[in-house]
Write a protein that binds this ligand. Structure first.
Ligand code: PLP
Length: 388
Protein backbone atom coordinates (compact mmCIF):
# COMPACT_ATOMS: atom_id res chain seq x y z
CA UNK A 1 0.00 0.00 0.00
CA UNK A 2 1.30 3.53 -0.76
CA UNK A 3 2.36 5.89 2.02
CA UNK A 4 -0.16 8.02 3.89
CA UNK A 5 0.30 11.62 4.92
CA UNK A 6 3.04 11.98 7.54
CA UNK A 7 1.02 14.16 9.87
CA UNK A 8 -1.98 11.83 9.75
CA UNK A 9 0.27 8.86 10.46
CA UNK A 10 1.61 10.66 13.53
CA UNK A 11 -1.90 11.22 14.97
CA UNK A 12 -3.07 9.02 17.82
CA UNK A 13 -6.59 7.62 17.97
CA UNK A 14 -8.17 8.81 21.24
CA UNK A 15 -8.23 6.03 23.83
CA UNK A 16 -11.51 7.30 25.25
CA UNK A 17 -14.19 5.65 23.13
CA UNK A 18 -12.95 2.25 24.17
CA UNK A 19 -14.40 2.62 27.68
CA UNK A 20 -17.86 3.40 26.30
CA UNK A 21 -17.54 0.55 23.79
CA UNK A 22 -16.44 -2.00 26.39
CA UNK A 23 -19.06 -1.07 28.97
CA UNK A 24 -21.83 -1.61 26.43
CA UNK A 25 -20.84 -5.28 26.36
CA UNK A 26 -21.71 -5.72 30.05
CA UNK A 27 -25.36 -6.35 30.81
CA UNK A 28 -25.13 -4.42 34.10
CA UNK A 29 -22.63 -1.84 32.82
CA UNK A 30 -22.92 1.82 33.82
CA UNK A 31 -21.78 4.31 31.21
CA UNK A 32 -20.71 7.63 32.72
CA UNK A 33 -18.74 8.75 29.66
CA UNK A 34 -21.54 10.50 27.72
CA UNK A 35 -20.41 13.57 25.81
CA UNK A 36 -23.94 14.41 24.78
CA UNK A 37 -27.35 14.87 26.34
CA UNK A 38 -29.07 11.69 27.50
CA UNK A 39 -32.40 13.33 26.58
CA UNK A 40 -34.06 12.69 23.24
CA UNK A 41 -34.01 15.46 20.66
CA UNK A 42 -37.21 17.46 21.33
CA UNK A 43 -40.22 16.61 19.18
CA UNK A 44 -40.57 19.98 17.52
CA UNK A 45 -37.00 19.75 16.22
CA UNK A 46 -37.49 16.26 14.85
CA UNK A 47 -40.77 17.39 13.29
CA UNK A 48 -39.08 20.30 11.53
CA UNK A 49 -36.45 17.97 10.10
CA UNK A 50 -39.03 15.41 8.98
CA UNK A 51 -41.15 18.12 7.38
CA UNK A 52 -38.11 19.45 5.54
CA UNK A 53 -37.28 15.99 4.19
CA UNK A 54 -40.89 15.36 3.12
CA UNK A 55 -41.00 18.73 1.39
CA UNK A 56 -37.92 17.69 -0.59
CA UNK A 57 -35.51 20.10 1.12
CA UNK A 58 -32.53 17.97 0.19
CA UNK A 59 -30.64 20.31 -2.08
CA UNK A 60 -27.64 22.47 -1.21
CA UNK A 61 -28.29 25.66 0.68
CA UNK A 62 -26.22 28.84 0.44
CA UNK A 63 -22.61 28.04 1.37
CA UNK A 64 -22.99 30.04 4.56
CA UNK A 65 -26.27 28.31 5.41
CA UNK A 66 -29.99 29.13 5.25
CA UNK A 67 -30.58 32.82 5.79
CA UNK A 68 -33.49 31.93 8.13
CA UNK A 69 -31.08 30.02 10.35
CA UNK A 70 -28.38 32.68 10.21
CA UNK A 71 -30.98 35.27 11.18
CA UNK A 72 -32.25 33.07 14.03
CA UNK A 73 -28.66 32.89 15.29
CA UNK A 74 -27.97 36.62 15.10
CA UNK A 75 -31.33 37.29 16.82
CA UNK A 76 -30.38 34.85 19.58
CA UNK A 77 -26.95 36.49 19.99
CA UNK A 78 -28.49 39.97 20.07
CA UNK A 79 -30.93 38.90 22.77
CA UNK A 80 -28.38 36.99 24.83
CA UNK A 81 -25.40 39.34 24.65
CA UNK A 82 -26.79 42.59 23.30
CA UNK A 83 -24.43 42.61 20.30
CA UNK A 84 -25.31 42.80 16.64
CA UNK A 85 -23.86 40.46 14.06
CA UNK A 86 -25.05 40.70 10.48
CA UNK A 87 -26.81 37.53 9.23
CA UNK A 88 -25.70 38.08 5.60
CA UNK A 89 -22.01 38.63 6.22
CA UNK A 90 -20.91 37.67 9.74
CA UNK A 91 -22.30 34.14 10.26
CA UNK A 92 -21.30 30.77 8.84
CA UNK A 93 -23.24 27.54 9.50
CA UNK A 94 -20.91 24.53 9.83
CA UNK A 95 -21.19 20.77 10.22
CA UNK A 96 -21.14 20.83 13.99
CA UNK A 97 -18.79 22.75 16.22
CA UNK A 98 -16.14 20.29 15.00
CA UNK A 99 -16.11 21.65 11.46
CA UNK A 100 -16.06 25.19 12.83
CA UNK A 101 -12.89 24.35 14.78
CA UNK A 102 -11.29 22.67 11.78
CA UNK A 103 -12.22 25.36 9.26
CA UNK A 104 -11.10 28.22 11.52
CA UNK A 105 -7.72 26.64 12.25
CA UNK A 106 -7.20 25.94 8.56
CA UNK A 107 -8.10 29.55 7.79
CA UNK A 108 -5.60 31.12 10.20
CA UNK A 109 -2.67 28.76 10.84
CA UNK A 110 0.61 28.57 8.97
CA UNK A 111 3.30 25.98 9.65
CA UNK A 112 5.07 26.75 12.92
CA UNK A 113 2.33 28.98 14.32
CA UNK A 114 1.34 28.52 17.95
CA UNK A 115 -2.11 28.25 19.53
CA UNK A 116 -2.44 28.79 23.28
CA UNK A 117 -5.07 26.62 25.01
CA UNK A 118 -5.84 26.41 28.74
CA UNK A 119 -5.70 22.78 29.88
CA UNK A 120 -7.10 20.26 30.76
CA UNK A 121 -8.75 20.71 27.37
CA UNK A 122 -11.12 19.04 24.92
CA UNK A 123 -9.19 16.50 22.84
CA UNK A 124 -10.49 17.81 19.50
CA UNK A 125 -8.22 20.83 19.12
CA UNK A 126 -4.62 19.64 19.14
CA UNK A 127 -4.90 17.04 16.33
CA UNK A 128 -6.19 19.69 13.91
CA UNK A 129 -3.38 22.03 14.90
CA UNK A 130 -0.85 19.21 14.38
CA UNK A 131 -2.30 18.35 10.96
CA UNK A 132 -1.50 21.90 9.94
CA UNK A 133 2.09 21.68 11.16
CA UNK A 134 1.35 24.20 13.89
CA UNK A 135 1.96 23.85 17.61
CA UNK A 136 -0.27 23.82 20.70
CA UNK A 137 0.95 25.62 23.81
CA UNK A 138 -1.03 24.42 26.81
CA UNK A 139 -1.46 26.59 29.88
CA UNK A 140 -1.77 24.64 33.14
CA UNK A 141 -4.96 25.56 35.03
CA UNK A 142 -4.80 22.77 37.60
CA UNK A 143 -3.49 25.08 40.34
CA UNK A 144 -6.07 27.82 39.69
CA UNK A 145 -9.41 25.95 39.86
CA UNK A 146 -9.21 25.27 36.09
CA UNK A 147 -9.38 28.99 35.29
CA UNK A 148 -6.42 30.53 33.42
CA UNK A 149 -5.05 33.79 34.74
CA UNK A 150 -4.15 36.67 32.44
CA UNK A 151 -0.56 36.41 33.73
CA UNK A 152 -0.36 32.74 32.67
CA UNK A 153 -1.67 33.53 29.19
CA UNK A 154 0.69 36.51 28.89
CA UNK A 155 3.65 34.29 29.78
CA UNK A 156 2.70 31.84 27.01
CA UNK A 157 2.55 34.44 24.23
CA UNK A 158 5.46 34.44 21.78
CA UNK A 159 6.01 36.08 18.37
CA UNK A 160 4.63 32.84 16.85
CA UNK A 161 1.32 32.95 18.74
CA UNK A 162 -1.47 33.11 16.17
CA UNK A 163 -4.44 32.46 18.45
CA UNK A 164 -5.59 31.87 21.99
CA UNK A 165 -8.47 29.42 22.30
CA UNK A 166 -10.91 29.42 25.20
CA UNK A 167 -13.60 26.80 25.81
CA UNK A 168 -15.96 27.89 28.58
CA UNK A 169 -17.92 26.16 30.02
CA UNK A 170 -15.11 23.65 29.65
CA UNK A 171 -15.08 20.05 28.59
CA UNK A 172 -13.82 18.25 30.75
CA UNK A 173 -13.77 20.45 33.88
CA UNK A 174 -17.23 22.08 33.84
CA UNK A 175 -15.62 25.43 34.67
CA UNK A 176 -17.04 28.76 33.54
CA UNK A 177 -15.30 32.14 33.25
CA UNK A 178 -16.43 35.06 35.40
CA UNK A 179 -17.11 38.45 33.84
CA UNK A 180 -14.02 39.75 35.70
CA UNK A 181 -11.71 37.08 34.31
CA UNK A 182 -12.96 37.70 30.78
CA UNK A 183 -12.41 41.42 31.31
CA UNK A 184 -8.79 40.78 32.36
CA UNK A 185 -8.19 38.50 29.40
CA UNK A 186 -9.71 41.06 27.04
CA UNK A 187 -7.41 43.75 28.45
CA UNK A 188 -4.44 41.46 27.86
CA UNK A 189 -5.35 40.32 24.35
CA UNK A 190 -6.95 43.35 22.70
CA UNK A 191 -4.90 45.16 20.06
CA UNK A 192 -2.45 42.27 19.83
CA UNK A 193 -1.66 40.63 16.53
CA UNK A 194 -3.47 37.37 17.38
CA UNK A 195 -6.91 35.83 17.16
CA UNK A 196 -9.17 34.86 20.03
CA UNK A 197 -11.21 31.71 19.43
CA UNK A 198 -14.00 31.05 21.88
CA UNK A 199 -15.73 27.65 21.78
CA UNK A 200 -18.98 28.13 23.68
CA UNK A 201 -20.73 24.92 22.70
CA UNK A 202 -21.82 24.44 26.36
CA UNK A 203 -23.02 28.04 26.85
CA UNK A 204 -26.62 26.95 27.49
CA UNK A 205 -25.58 24.44 30.15
CA UNK A 206 -25.04 26.81 33.07
CA UNK A 207 -25.83 26.01 36.72
CA UNK A 208 -24.64 29.08 38.63
CA UNK A 209 -25.19 32.69 37.62
CA UNK A 210 -25.00 33.75 34.00
CA UNK A 211 -22.81 32.81 31.07
CA UNK A 212 -20.35 35.50 30.02
CA UNK A 213 -18.57 35.69 26.72
CA UNK A 214 -15.77 37.45 24.88
CA UNK A 215 -18.43 38.39 22.35
CA UNK A 216 -19.70 41.01 24.80
CA UNK A 217 -16.45 42.98 24.37
CA UNK A 218 -16.31 45.24 21.30
CA UNK A 219 -12.57 45.84 21.94
CA UNK A 220 -11.77 42.35 20.61
CA UNK A 221 -14.45 42.04 17.93
CA UNK A 222 -11.97 42.33 15.05
CA UNK A 223 -9.90 39.42 16.47
CA UNK A 224 -12.71 37.14 17.59
CA UNK A 225 -14.02 33.84 16.24
CA UNK A 226 -17.08 32.83 18.27
CA UNK A 227 -18.01 29.13 17.93
CA UNK A 228 -21.29 27.67 19.09
CA UNK A 229 -23.77 25.06 17.91
CA UNK A 230 -26.92 23.15 18.67
CA UNK A 231 -25.36 19.77 19.50
CA UNK A 232 -25.23 20.06 23.28
CA UNK A 233 -27.85 22.72 24.00
CA UNK A 234 -30.64 21.08 22.03
CA UNK A 235 -29.69 17.41 22.35
CA UNK A 236 -29.02 17.12 18.62
CA UNK A 237 -25.41 15.93 18.27
CA UNK A 238 -26.31 13.79 15.25
CA UNK A 239 -27.79 16.69 13.30
CA UNK A 240 -24.29 18.21 12.99
CA UNK A 241 -25.09 21.92 13.21
CA UNK A 242 -22.55 24.43 14.48
CA UNK A 243 -21.77 28.01 13.60
CA UNK A 244 -19.12 30.71 13.55
CA UNK A 245 -19.60 34.41 14.18
CA UNK A 246 -16.76 36.70 13.10
CA UNK A 247 -16.15 39.93 11.20
CA UNK A 248 -17.04 39.84 7.50
CA UNK A 249 -13.41 39.67 6.32
CA UNK A 250 -12.83 36.62 8.53
CA UNK A 251 -16.09 34.91 7.55
CA UNK A 252 -15.17 35.40 3.87
CA UNK A 253 -11.95 33.44 4.42
CA UNK A 254 -13.49 30.67 6.58
CA UNK A 255 -16.29 30.29 4.05
CA UNK A 256 -13.71 29.44 1.38
CA UNK A 257 -12.38 26.58 3.51
CA UNK A 258 -15.91 25.48 4.42
CA UNK A 259 -17.22 25.48 0.87
CA UNK A 260 -14.32 23.34 -0.33
CA UNK A 261 -14.73 20.78 2.47
CA UNK A 262 -18.52 20.76 2.85
CA UNK A 263 -20.28 23.08 0.36
CA UNK A 264 -22.88 23.58 3.10
CA UNK A 265 -24.21 22.00 6.29
CA UNK A 266 -26.86 19.26 5.85
CA UNK A 267 -30.07 20.93 4.68
CA UNK A 268 -32.71 19.08 6.79
CA UNK A 269 -30.53 19.67 9.86
CA UNK A 270 -30.50 23.38 9.12
CA UNK A 271 -34.30 23.38 9.17
CA UNK A 272 -34.25 21.50 12.47
CA UNK A 273 -31.79 24.03 13.90
CA UNK A 274 -33.98 26.94 12.77
CA UNK A 275 -36.91 25.40 14.67
CA UNK A 276 -34.65 24.75 17.67
CA UNK A 277 -33.82 28.44 17.91
CA UNK A 278 -37.22 29.93 17.08
CA UNK A 279 -39.86 27.56 18.49
CA UNK A 280 -41.70 28.97 21.53
CA UNK A 281 -41.09 25.75 23.50
CA UNK A 282 -37.30 25.85 23.03
CA UNK A 283 -36.33 27.95 26.04
CA UNK A 284 -38.43 25.92 28.46
CA UNK A 285 -36.90 22.73 27.13
CA UNK A 286 -33.39 24.00 27.88
CA UNK A 287 -34.47 25.12 31.36
CA UNK A 288 -35.98 21.69 32.08
CA UNK A 289 -32.87 19.83 30.94
CA UNK A 290 -30.66 22.11 33.03
CA UNK A 291 -32.83 21.50 36.11
CA UNK A 292 -32.22 17.77 35.68
CA UNK A 293 -28.47 18.22 35.06
CA UNK A 294 -28.12 20.49 38.10
CA UNK A 295 -29.79 17.93 40.36
CA UNK A 296 -27.46 15.22 39.05
CA UNK A 297 -24.42 17.49 39.40
CA UNK A 298 -25.28 18.28 43.02
CA UNK A 299 -25.74 14.62 43.86
CA UNK A 300 -22.51 13.57 42.11
CA UNK A 301 -20.49 16.38 43.68
CA UNK A 302 -21.70 15.49 47.19
CA UNK A 303 -20.99 11.81 46.72
CA UNK A 304 -17.48 12.43 45.36
CA UNK A 305 -16.72 14.71 48.31
CA UNK A 306 -18.00 12.07 50.72
CA UNK A 307 -15.62 9.61 49.08
CA UNK A 308 -12.83 12.05 49.93
CA UNK A 309 -11.90 12.86 46.32
CA UNK A 310 -10.70 16.43 45.72
CA UNK A 311 -13.12 17.95 43.20
CA UNK A 312 -14.27 21.34 41.85
CA UNK A 313 -17.99 22.10 41.64
CA UNK A 314 -18.79 22.36 37.90
CA UNK A 315 -20.69 25.54 37.04
CA UNK A 316 -21.42 24.55 33.45
CA UNK A 317 -21.29 21.81 30.77
CA UNK A 318 -22.16 18.33 32.07
CA UNK A 319 -18.84 17.02 33.32
CA UNK A 320 -17.06 16.75 36.65
CA UNK A 321 -13.34 15.99 36.99
CA UNK A 322 -12.46 14.52 40.39
CA UNK A 323 -8.82 14.01 41.35
CA UNK A 324 -8.06 10.30 41.82
CA UNK A 325 -4.28 10.68 42.08
CA UNK A 326 -4.27 9.59 45.75
CA UNK A 327 -5.31 6.17 44.43
CA UNK A 328 -3.46 6.04 41.14
CA UNK A 329 -1.53 8.69 39.22
CA UNK A 330 -2.28 6.80 35.99
CA UNK A 331 -5.90 7.66 35.10
CA UNK A 332 -6.02 5.24 32.18
CA UNK A 333 -5.05 2.36 34.43
CA UNK A 334 -7.51 3.51 37.11
CA UNK A 335 -10.38 3.68 34.58
CA UNK A 336 -9.44 0.27 33.20
CA UNK A 337 -9.50 -1.28 36.66
CA UNK A 338 -12.77 0.44 37.56
CA UNK A 339 -14.36 -0.94 34.44
CA UNK A 340 -13.07 -4.45 35.06
CA UNK A 341 -13.98 -4.53 38.76
CA UNK A 342 -17.31 -2.69 38.74
CA UNK A 343 -18.37 -2.33 35.08
CA UNK A 344 -18.44 1.45 35.39
CA UNK A 345 -17.06 3.44 32.46
CA UNK A 346 -15.52 6.89 32.97
CA UNK A 347 -13.05 8.79 30.79
CA UNK A 348 -9.42 8.94 32.01
CA UNK A 349 -8.34 12.53 32.58
CA UNK A 350 -5.21 11.95 30.50
CA UNK A 351 -7.49 12.04 27.44
CA UNK A 352 -7.68 15.79 28.00
CA UNK A 353 -3.95 16.51 27.77
CA UNK A 354 -1.33 15.59 30.36
CA UNK A 355 -2.82 18.26 32.65
CA UNK A 356 -5.89 16.05 33.06
CA UNK A 357 -3.74 13.16 34.30
CA UNK A 358 -4.60 11.98 37.84
CA UNK A 359 -8.29 12.76 37.25
CA UNK A 360 -11.32 11.01 35.76
CA UNK A 361 -14.15 12.68 33.85
CA UNK A 362 -17.66 11.69 34.89
CA UNK A 363 -20.62 12.85 32.82
CA UNK A 364 -23.84 13.93 34.49
CA UNK A 365 -25.68 13.80 31.17
CA UNK A 366 -26.26 10.19 32.27
CA UNK A 367 -29.53 9.38 34.11
CA UNK A 368 -29.93 9.84 37.86
CA UNK A 369 -30.29 6.05 38.30
CA UNK A 370 -27.01 5.47 36.49
CA UNK A 371 -25.27 8.16 38.53
CA UNK A 372 -26.52 6.75 41.85
CA UNK A 373 -25.48 3.22 40.94
CA UNK A 374 -22.22 4.44 39.42
CA UNK A 375 -21.39 6.28 42.67
CA UNK A 376 -22.20 3.21 44.78
CA UNK A 377 -19.86 1.12 42.70
CA UNK A 378 -17.10 3.75 42.59
CA UNK A 379 -17.27 4.06 46.38
CA UNK A 380 -16.96 0.30 46.82
CA UNK A 381 -14.10 0.25 44.33
CA UNK A 382 -12.19 2.94 46.25
CA UNK A 383 -12.77 1.21 49.59
CA UNK A 384 -11.20 -1.99 48.27
CA UNK A 385 -8.53 -0.24 46.22
CA UNK A 386 -4.99 -1.53 46.29
CA UNK A 387 -2.89 1.55 45.85
CA UNK A 388 -0.32 1.69 43.09
C1 PLP B 1 -15.60 21.58 23.74
C2 PLP B 1 -16.23 20.95 22.56
N1 PLP B 1 -16.21 21.60 21.38
C3 PLP B 1 -16.76 21.06 20.28
C4 PLP B 1 -17.36 19.82 20.31
C5 PLP B 1 -17.91 19.26 19.03
O1 PLP B 1 -19.27 19.49 18.94
P1 PLP B 1 -20.11 19.07 17.66
O2 PLP B 1 -20.82 17.80 18.00
O3 PLP B 1 -21.08 20.21 17.47
O4 PLP B 1 -19.21 18.93 16.51
C6 PLP B 1 -17.41 19.10 21.50
C7 PLP B 1 -18.01 17.76 21.56
O5 PLP B 1 -17.84 17.01 22.49
C8 PLP B 1 -16.84 19.69 22.66
O6 PLP B 1 -16.86 19.06 23.84
Amino acid sequence: MPQFNDRVMALQVPGTRQFANKVSQYENGINLTLGQSGFDTPDFIRQAMTTAVEAGQLRYTHNKGLIELRTAITDYIAERFNVDYHPETEVLITNGGSEAIDSIFRTILNTGDEVIIPAPAYAGYEPIIQLLGAKTVFVDTTETHFVPTAAQIAAAITPRTKAVLFNYPTNPTGTTLSAETIQELVQLLKDRDLFIITDEIYSENIYEGQHHSFIEHPEVRSQLFYINGLSKSHAMTGARIGYVLAPEAAIDQVTKVHLYNSICAATPSQYGATAALTHPAAKQMITDMNTAYRERRDYLYDRLRQMGLPVELPTGAFYILPDISAYNSDSFQFATELLAAEQVAVVPGAAFTSYGEGHIRISFASTMEEIVEGCNRLERFLTDYHHH
